[in-house]
Design a protein around this ligand. Structure first.
Ligand SMILES: Cc1ncc(COP(=O)(O)O)c(C=O)c1O
Length: 372
């Protein structure tokens, strides 16, 4: 099969060509001020990203994983506690729980939206449960009202893994600071991506913000006065500068993602596949465009033969990962998450994608898998 068109899975180079002058100027500002760790650009970014998230505080960090870790610590999670989360996510969600010494308790997903099923959360609560950690997977908000209600009834913290959900809205409100605190990743491929590793925690809670500001910098309240053993989780000056340039474009990019997702949705309407469903009351950030297909690996190969790049997010649920074997889970424990991982296929998706590319991918996929 001769490829009619090349469609990469993802592309950051086109965006850089547009932003080049501004980015280089921003990086130059950091060099001239020699503010390589935190500094003015990072402080300004914190204020701008807090405003964007409609949150009181933003603490700039070196990764989304660090943000999850500090969020859990700030909510008092520690050894002998349990934290409930989804098995259908990136390993970092569970790693952060493991770092605190707490136990990860998985609950299956709702197959409609691939997020934590609140109906199953209540049953997983024990006397040791300390927090619920929903993931807004692919940028689609988890059911925060239902989770907040359970959390209030059982006095649990709610920490959002918003690493894929910059700008998403749940019932009109931006995700991130809906619960006690939220973690964002600015890994380069994210909707708002740095030019290296970076992340942030957002919160409306002054106490959490104060703890995290000190914890990211060796537990330091004042220079060289350390109140507790902290971490080196500071954001680099370069990343703050790049993120400020890119944050100004985020709404435009999000609108483009939404339009492309809608086009995919329409164009693939008749194809023999499933898609996670949007709740019309919410706004998805459309980080990835994932479909569920039978015989996924073969479909992936056939798309590749036609010049179309794809990815699998994620091939194996967390409860079946070797790294978490100590939890003692088996295949069949969380059937919806397992089925999602067997069938998930992320199609090419980035704001600069053209409608022709979406149509080519959609038509090729429909040809391969057939119509309903
Ligand atoms: C759902 C989710 N959680 C956590 C992370 C961790 O973020 P980072 O790679 O910035 O540490 C990521 C991103 O990779 C993610 O997608």
């Amino acid at each position: 099969m001769k490829a009619l068109m090349k469609v990469p899975y993802f592309d950051l180079k086109t965006q850089y060509a547009v932003l080049r002058e501004e980015i280089l100027e921003a990086l130059d500002r950091v060099c001239r001020n020699a503010s390589f760790s935190l500094g003015d650009e990072v402080t300004a970014f914190e204020s701008e990203f807090a405003t964007y998230c409609e949150a009181k505080h933003c603490i700039a960090l070196n990764s989304g994983t660090s943000a999850l870790h500090l969020a859990l610590l700030a909510s008092g999670v520690g050894p002998s506690d349990e934290v409930i989360t989804s098995p259908n996510t990136f390993i970092a969600t569970a790693e952060a729980i493991v770092y605190t010494g707490a136990k990860t308790v998985f609950v299956d997903i709702d197959p409609q939206n691939s997020n934590l099923d609140p109906g199953l959360v209540e049953r997983a609560i024990t006397s040791r449960t300390r927090a619920i950690l929903p993931v807004h997977l692919y940028g689609r908000p988890a059911d925060m009202d239902a989770l907040e209600k359970i959390a209030r009834a059982h006095r649990l913290a709610v920490i959002e893994d918003a690493c894929q959900a910059h700008g998403a809205r749940f019932r009109g409100r931006r995700v991130g600071a809906l619960g006690d605190s939220g973690a964002f990743s600015f890994y380069p491929s994210k909707n708002l991506g740095a030019y290296g590793e970076a992340g942030a925690l957002v919160t409306n809670d002054d106490r959490i913000a104060e703890y995290c500001r000190a914890a990211r910098s060796h537990g330091e309240a004042r220079r060289y006065f350390h109140d507790f053993i902290g971490y080196n989780y500071r954001m680099e000056g370069f990343q703050g500068a790049v993120l400020r340039v890119k944050l100004r474009r985020l709404e435009t990019w999000s609108a483009s993602r939404k339009a492309l997702a809608q086009r995919y949705g329409q164009r693939l309407g008749a194809a023999r596949l499933d898609m996670p469903q949007d709740d019309p009351r919410d706004e998805c950030a459309y980080h990835l465009f994932v479909v569920y297909v039978d015989d996924r690996d073969s479909v992936k190969q056939q798309l590749e033969d036609r010049g179309i790049g794809t990815a699998v997010h994620y091939p194996r649920p967390l409860h079946l990962q070797n790294a978490l074997a100590n939890l003692g889970h088996h295949a069949g424990d969380f059937p919806h998450a397992e089925r999602a991982c067997d069938r998930a296929l992320a199609l090419p998706f980035f704001p600069e994608m053209t409608e022709q590319q979406v149509d080519y991918v959609s038509d090729s996929l429909t040809e391969i898998i057939g119509k309903r």
